[in-house]
Design a protein around this ligand. Structure first.
Ligand SMILES: [Zn+2]
Length: 392
């Protein structure tokens, strides 16, 4: 494969570093990306894009760069939100906001896409089609992608494909990690149990919601072991059990909070039904009540096989065969990128991991996207977009 560009011009790389440091210093939580969104919109307007729409899904930004008319349109996506984590990196550009941090590296994802927009707009005469830039809010559990789609980010013009990268650990800087299903689907749920409170000395006069919760907690695991296909990866984790206040009071209520994960939507739906049945049945058999509420859900990310192959080829052209790493096993973390994709009524797409310069885990207070990954990220995304527009 012939690459469109082999090196990022020094001025663009320098700007990307500055932009990332600035974003890293000023992280903003989901749906509060006012400053970030404004910076992105100003940047895109300054590049002379054909259209820039700000305030999409509150703080999101969509830009359109038109090259040759009649060609295909490819969308490139970055997420902008930070996390409620107190930074402990000690970096000179560490977060200036107490308790908020770019612990998932969205500062890097955004800086890369802003630089890609500059590079492509400076050479727009060479574009055999259009490029749509999608900067979305609220990836961290609040389905910003879904809100962006609902507000028309996949219309006028509708992209033929969507591509995205996300900083990843466990790789060398610049390496790409690819997978057919890079992220599982997830739901978050809560089970509210109602019993009848009373004195700990007279349990027979109460309906103990803690005991009901304990039974539900163990029985829920049989949904994984007895009600789902053993050949498909599934997770059900109950991560909070809230009840009670004192050693001699049986409380009136208890709540369980948890998450389910699966690679197919159908499995998630089946687990939800089973959880509702198990919780309700156990509570009833013990004279109480339980209600299940689904609080969040992201569908699984199913990468388009042809686009995935394109990522492999571009990655290999950039850094040889060892630049592309196939994901081993299945990751059960989730990504709202799925809302842009075909099986959710969107378009074919692919998301892949980009190795960044840290061993710290995503969402940890020590995580940093690092400057070294900016260049490889920009090169990969530019070449991918061009390869797609040129018809591979
Ligand atoms: Zn993230």
């Amino acid at each position: 494969m012939e690459l469109w560009i082999k090196e990022v011009p020094e001025d663009i790389l320098g700007e990307a570093r500055q932009v990332r440091e600035d974003l890293h210093r000023h992280p903003e939580l989901s749906y509060e990306e006012e400053r970030t969104g404004a910076l992105v919109a100003e940047h895109l307007r300054g590049l002379g894009l054909d259209e820039v729409r700000a305030g999409v899904a509150r703080t999101g930004v969509v830009g359109v760069l038109r090259g040759r008319a009649g060609g295909p349109c490819v969308a490139l996506r970055a997420d902008m939100d930070a996390l409620p984590v107190t930074e402990e990196t000690g970096l000179p550009y560490a977060s200036e906001r107490e308790g908020v941090m770019h612990a998932c590296g969205h500062d890097g994802n955004t800086a890369v896409l802003m630089a890609v927009a500059r590079l492509l707009s400076e050479r727009r005469d060479e574009l055999p089609g259009a490029v749509k830039f999608i900067f979305q809010p609220a990836e961290e559990g609040y389905a910003g992608a879904k809100a962006m789609v609902e507000e028309g980010c996949l219309e006028a013009p509708p992209p033929d494909a969507i591509l995205a990268l996300h900083g990843a650990t466990g790789l060398e800087v610049g390496q790409l990690r690819v997978a057919a299903v890079p992220n599982a689907g997830m739901t978050s749920f809560r089970i509210d149990i109602r019993g009848r409170g009373g004195h700990g000395a007279v349990p027979h006069e109460t309906v103990d919601p803690i005991m009901i919760g304990a039974q539900i907690l163990s029985a829920a695991q049989t949904i994984v072991s007895r009600e789902t296909r053993p050949d498909l990866p599934v997770v059900l984790s109950i991560c909070a059990f809230q009840a009670g206040s004192k050693a001699n009071i049986i409380p009136e209520t208890a709540s369980l909070l948890g998450t389910t994960r699966a690679t197919e939507m159908e499995t998630l739906d089946r687990m939800r039904g089973a959880l509702e049945r198990v919780a309700g049945g156990i509570a009833e058999s013990m004279r109480g009540q339980a209600t299940l509420t689904q609080t969040e859900s992201y569908p699984p990310v199913h990468n388009d096989p042809e686009l995935l192959e394109l990522v492999r080829r571009v990655g290999a052209a950039l850094g040889g065969e060892r630049n592309v790493v196939e994901l081993e096993g299945q990751r059960m973390t989730s990504e709202d990128f799925s809302y842009f994709l075909e099986d959710q009524g969107g378009v074919p797409g692919v998301i892949f991991g980009l190795g960044v310069g840290t061993d710290a885990a995503l969402h940890s207070p020590h995580f940093d996207f690092g400057h070294a990954a900016l260049g490889p990220g920009i090169l990969t995304l530019c070449n991918l977009a061009m390869a797609y527009l040129r018809g591979r």
